[in-house]
Design a binder for this molecule. Structure first.
Ligand code: KIV
Length: 290
């Protein structure tokens, strides 16, 4: 394959030799899950950072609706539109293609784009898949189960998201730990099982107690848990790019580690993140979890 054309404004990182790079596919992610190899995920919102993350060995790139905060300066993800998600997914997908990258690309369905009906969810997911996503992510349990089944049946891989679901921050009363206490844990557990049964291939667990996340990870054999502030027991980890580079404009969440502090480059910080997730040294439950 020919190299990306030279640009006066910066070049995308060179991909490692083709022999060492297998495209990350759903079967490959399922294989990693089955073999107990930790899955790494980072958010990215533009071509360059996505290509750098891929070159650093990150398997899954998430175009998160956290772009509302880190790119658009919004106070929450509630104001992020489907058009904004389409635009950033398109930018990231283009960057990955130009860099001959292999990463699996996930895009968030934003607030209001899947709430009305499963048909609305299918239309919104189609927009993101046609922009280059390989999988869509949606928040919540219970009412979302039918939607997940509907999308998966139509060939759209789905990542679910439970625990702290930022799109419902106003209903939750803030960015708080979820699933604490027997009743809350039982609800989360039954929602997670229903999402797995509906066909969700991945499940982000955000800000839930480490013990609950570890228990769910052991129980969900067909759905890989991806933790963020959910302890070391999850099948994989995700962080918001700007947080792990120490570029948080507000208060750094407890579950984040600043990988840039000990690195000489962004790619080096991402490589350190990949290494730490793979060898189990990040997260440390006593430091980054509840
Ligand atoms: O929007 C986002 O970045 C996310 C991650 C925090 C999981 O949903």
């Amino acid at each position: 394959m020919s190299a990306a054309p030279a640009s006066p404004y910066g070049t995308l990182p060179a991909a490692p030799p083709a022999a060492t790079r297998k495209p990350v596919s759903l079967p490959r992610l399922r294989e990693m899950h089955a073999q107990g190899e930790k899955i790494t995920m980072l958010t990215a919102y533009d071509a360059t950072f996505a290509a750098v993350a891929d070159a650093a060995g990150v398997e899954c790139i998430l175009v998160g609706d956290s772009l509302g905060m880190v790119c658009q300066g919004l106070g929450s993800t509630v104001g992020v539109t489907l058009e904004a998600m389409r635009h950033h997914t398109d930018c990231v997908a283009r960057g990955l293609r130009r860099a001959q990258a292999t990463a699996w690309l996930i895009a968030d369905l934003p607030f209001g784009s899947y709430h009305e009906s499963r048909e609305q969810a299918l239309r919104s997911a189609t927009v993101l898949m046609q922009a280059g996503a390989h999988m869509v992510k949606l928040e919540g349990g219970g009412w979302t189960t039918d939607t997940v089944y509907f999308l998966v049946e139509r060939g759209i891989p789905v990542c679910a998201h439970l625990g702290l679901t930022p799109q419902t921050v106003h209903a939750l009363g803030g960015y708080r730990v979820q699933g604490r206490g027997e009743e809350a844990a039982a609800t989360l557990r039954s929602q997670a099982h229903a999402l797995q049964d509906a066909g969700a291939a991945m499940l982000v667990l955000e800000m839930v107690p480490a013990a609950l996340s570890a228990a769910l990870t052991a129980e969900l054999t067909h759905c890989a848990t991806i933790g963020i502030g959910a302890g070391a027991g999850a099948a994989g980890q995700v962080l918001v790019l700007h947080d792990m580079l120490g570029m948080n404009l507000g208060k750094m969440p407890k579950f984040v580690h600043n990988f840039m502090a000990e690195a000489h480059s962004v790619q080096g910080a991402m490589q350190a993140y990949v290494r730490a997730v793979k060898d189990g040294s990040f997260p440390v439950d006593a430091l980054h979890a509840w």
